[in-house]
Design a protein around this ligand. Structure first.
Ligand SMILES: NC(=O)c1ccc[n+]([C@@H]2O[C@H](COP(=O)([O-])OP(=O)(O)OC[C@H]3O[C@@H](n4cnc5c(N)ncnc54)[C@H](O)[C@@H]3O)[C@@H](O)[C@H]2O)c1
Ligand SMILES: [Zn+2]
Length: 370
């Protein structure tokens, strides 16, 4: 791992995700969205499209359009209905319809302005349209800034499962403007913190310490604290994805807490709990599993639970029953040969992926749900 950088706000911090000729910059700072400089490295193209939703558009689309008009002759806005329920074929079709109606070609740049839902859908649309057009991520939620906008996983949902239809397709640039987090609802901020917390135990014990010390500042949206949290999270994600873009191995550690979390999301019906809320609770369960497998001391479970609770996230899963959890987890696409695979903490800062006996997993679920 690269060593943690010292805590200091740099007006604009630029990281690089290294993937050969598909490497790209991740810009982090205040006021970046409406700053012409942020987009200076992008290829020129006559047409561009801003893909966003009806919650984010009134807040930021006009500002983005004004700055992009200095780069592109025509900037089209595609405003989709908000929400995970609309991460589907209908929204994708709508994107293609507008692009075709405006004569968008292979050079047209798509700008994803929104949270992970908009980012995932726009990325997939960009991968498919004319067999691939350039796209830029402008994440507007904390979750999207620290996780979904980086790494090139794109997808839509299928009625039978989340993110089942998609592609690996990298953006040309990621622009994380910390100012847009000011309008984010409290609950969404907490959900994003779950993914920030995730990076500590899987990759960086010092970052876990830092989050514990700075959690109140993060919840109060202190810009310096947010800048560091986004930057360190993106550094770790870029480091992981740079080594294992298509999730042949290492990348799976980013799913710490997600196997349990996905079961909660699916078991309650998508949208009942936010993804980050389910992941928060899932990390408590995955920590417990790590302890019961003898990898970590019980005090680690308490530490994680306390931190997740302080982040404003639930720490007890819904009472679905262990059997239902196991059934839901067995359809996860990370499984191999019907065996459920769990990301566990093997030592602070190091994660591994392994199966576990159903009886042990059931005990873990019973201890942290209901
Ligand atoms: N591609 C990946 O690697 C990856 C990783 C993690 C999650 N995801 C996906 O990301 C999605 C979740 O992303 P999310 O948590 O950002 O949810 P989201 O995109 O639904 O955004 C959450 C809510 O906040 C609103 N919003 C966004 N920015 C705002 C702002 N600045 N001010 C006010 N409101 C704002 C949105 O309109 C929405 O209502 C899921 O679909 C998940 O599958 C993808
Ligand atoms: Zn996640």
């Amino acid at each position: 791992m690269p060593s943690p950088v010292s805590f200091a706000l740099i007006a604009v911090h630029s990281l690089k995700l290294s993937l050969g000729d598909r490497s790209y910059a991740i810009l982090i700072g205040a006021g970046l969205l409406a700053d012409q400089e942020s987009y200076a490295t992008l290829p020129s193209a006559p047409l561009a499209a801003i893909v966003t939703n009806d919650v984010v558009a009134p807040l930021y689309a006009q500002r983005l359009e004004s700055v992009l008009k200095q780069r592109h002759r025509e900037v089209v806005q595609i405003i989709l209905p908000d929400g995970e329920a609309h991460k589907d074929w209908a929204s994708l079709d709508r994107i293609f319809d507008v692009l075709l109606a405006h004569g968008c070609d292979r050079k047209t740049v798509l700008y994803a302005l929104g949270g992970g839902v908009v980012g995932d859908m726009t990325g997939f649309a960009a991968a498919c349209y004319m067999r691939g057009v350039p796209f830029v991520q402008i994440p507007t939620t904390l979750l999207a800034q620290v996780d979904s906008s980086v790494g090139g996983k794109t997808a839509i949902n299928h009625p039978r499962g989340k993110n089942m239809i998609g592609a690996f397709y990298q953006p040309l640039l990621v622009v994380c403007d910390l100012d847009v987090l000011d309008t984010l609802p409290e609950r969404e901020l907490s959900a994003g913190l779950a993914e920030v917390i995730k990076y500590g135990p899987i990759a960086d014990p010092a970052f876990l310490d830092w989050i514990e010390t700075n959690l109140d500042a993060l919840r109060a949206r202190d810009k310096d604290a947010l800048a560091y949290a986004v930057r360190r999270s993106c550094e770790i994600k870029a480091w992981v994805v740079g080594q294992d873009e298509k999730e042949a191995g290492l990348r799976a550690i980013l799913n710490f807490g997600h196997t349990f979390g996905h079961a909660i999301e699916a078991g309650l019906g998508y949208g009942e709990w936010l993804h980050g809320e389910a992941v928060g609770c899932g990390m408590v369960m995955a920590s417990e599993l790590s302890a019961r497998l003898g990898l970590m001391p019980p005090a680690f479970v308490d530490r994680m639970r306390r931190l997740i609770e302080r982040a404003g996230l639930p720490v007890r899963g819904p009472a679905l029953g262990a059997e239902r959890y196991l059934e839901l987890m067995s359809v996860d696409k990370k499984n191999e040969g019907g065996e459920i695979r769990f990301v566990v903490i093997e030592a602070l800062g190091r994660a591994g992926v392994r199966p576990a006996p159903d009886t042990l997993v059931a005990q873990v679920i019973e201890a942290h749900s209901g």
